[in-house]
Design a protein around this ligand. Structure first.
Ligand code: OOG
Ligand code: NI
Length: 469
């Protein structure tokens, strides 16, 4: 093996998330507490399986996602170049207009199975859309303040430039260290606002997100989320340790076969901020933005699986509003309709799977009995091929938006449906805008999972010398 090369994208990404996690631990001590709860819970969970933390695949050791909100197109373009150096590329389009935020964005993450295996760190990255700021004065104020912000130092831009070209070969380990330290500055919290309190309050009145983006010299990371094996236990642990946890886990209910993403969080902190003073003296105030979150990841679902998930979630929300019943209980009842057995989920095409030829079944040249076309069900039954669900690597920020729109969709006059269509078309347009800005298509996450599954079937086919599976 040998030492990883300092400019290996996977290696840079791992170093970066390590550094980011350390920084966030000192900035938000509650994050550190949360990580400790997660480690305790995971250790206990593994003990009950006769395992220890060291038995987890390496990707689990420091699995995180973060979120940042950027102010301008230039910032978005530059961050996409920085993330590419770390082996992270845009996946999935998220139009936050649907939840009333003047933002849209994508998740930067590794795309290949190999990179994901090493470290699946992902950053949910949004950018402000000034066209969605309703007041022309506020829009002007926001864009003018942002126009002078310098998130990226000139040395960092130089390093990114070099990394993108053949000059990469000349970059040293020290340059790599520099890239990490200079990048961290972009995500760092600043308790000193770049604007006077009055400006902050005007922007906040338009939308708290606008103030959060515009009033600070950095694009502070607003949360960093560890992955856990048992989110219900973490939730209980947070409450028993006095962390300000929210009282409800988002996403699907607890199941035998976990799908998609279950998340919970502790509430945003009220932080002291010094605002630029009118005269010589600064003014003290506060800002709430940064919070802690934890997640449990399950299997990636197919389009059909996602449609069923969205439909059941909407049904559950509708019912718990009408019946005024405990929403977790209703969720559990409604999701009884979602198959909870891996083989059923596989056969019904609800979940994506990674197929592999069983180790002892890889045929010695010419010695296998199979020929031509064999059905996957038979290969699995005979133990020639094994399969495991593919992990969901993405986000679900629209669970809430989906619920909202389908509730409206229940109206009989058809007016809402028309409105929704318009939103979808608008969404398509803004997606194309973001793609233009990034200079590349944003693949849908579902297409990527589908490709992974198809490739794994092809791999089995080739190894077994079959013409078709
Ligand atoms: C959106 C963050 C989305 C998640 O876990 O769904 C996200 C925001 O910037 O507020 O991190
Ligand atoms: Ni998050």
């Amino acid at each position: 093996h040998g030492e990883p090369k300092p400019w290996d994208p996977d290696h840079l990404r791992t170093r970066f998330v390590q550094a980011l996690s350390e920084m966030y631990r000192t900035e938000v001590p509650l994050y550190g507490k949360l990580v400790d709860v997660v480690n305790q819970v995971d250790t206990t969970t593994l003990q009950s399986r006769g395992q220890s933390l060291n038995d987890l695949p390496s990707r689990f050791q420091l699995e995180r996602h973060g979120a940042i909100r950027l102010g301008t197109q230039q910032e978005m373009r530059m961050i996409s170049r920085l993330f590419a150096v770390m082996g992270m590329f845009p996946v999935g389009y998220y139009d936050l207009k649907m939840v009333g935020f003047p933002l849209h964005g994508t998740a930067f993450r590794p795309q290949t199975e190999e990179s994901l295996q090493k470290n699946p760190f992902r950053v949910f990255t949004t950018v402000l859309r000034p066209d969605l700021i309703s007041s022309p004065e506020v829009r002007k104020m926001a864009t003018s303040i942002l126009s002078t912000r310098q998130l990226f130092s000139s040395r960092l831009i130089e390093l990114i430039d070099q990394a993108e070209t053949s000059a990469l070969a000349n970059l040293t380990a020290e340059d790599a260290n520099n890239l990490i330290t200079k990048s961290l500055k972009i995500f760092k919290w600043h308790s000193r606002s770049s604007v006077p309190l009055e400006t902050y309050l005007t922007l906040k009145k338009e939308h708290p997100m606008v103030a959060d983006i515009v009033c600070f010299p950095s694009a502070h990371i607003n949360h960093l989320t560890p992955r856990t094996l048992d989110i219900d236990a973490v939730q209980a642990g947070m409450i028993s340790q006095g962390l300000p946890a929210k009282d409800h886990i988002e996403g699907p209910p607890k199941r035998k076969c976990e799908i998609l993403l279950r998340q919970t969080s502790f509430k945003a902190l009220e932080e002291r901020v010094t605002f630029a003073g009118d005269a010589d003296h600064a003014v003290d105030g506060t800002h709430t933005a940064r919070f802690g979150e934890v997640e449990q990841r399950g299997a990636a679902v197919t389009r059909k699986g996602r449609e069923l998930y969205d439909a059941l979630l909407a049904k559950a929300v509708g019912r718990s509003e009408k019946e005024d019943k405990d929403s977790d209980k209703v969720l559990k009842e409604v999701f009884a309709e979602y198959p909870d057995d891996w083989e059923v989920l596989r056969r019904e095409g609800l979940v994506y799977f990674r197929y592999r030829v069983a180790e002892d079944k890889v045929p010695v040249a010419g010695a296998h009995k199979l020929e031509g076309s064999v059905h996957m069900d038979r290969l699995l039954k005979e133990g020639v091929v094994t399969c495991e669900p593919i992990t969901y690597e993405d986000f679900l920020p629209f669970s809430a938006a989906g619920i909202f729109t389908s509730n409206l969709g229940g109206e009989k006059d058809g007016g809402t449906e028309r409105k929704l269509q318009k939103t979808e078309e608008e969404s398509k347009r803004s997606r194309v805008q973001l793609e233009g800005l990034l200079g590349r298509k944003i693949p849908s996450e579902i297409d990527l999972y589908n490709e992974l599954q198809t490739d794994s079937v092809k791999e089995c086919q080739a190894l077994l010398g079959l013409s078709e599976i």
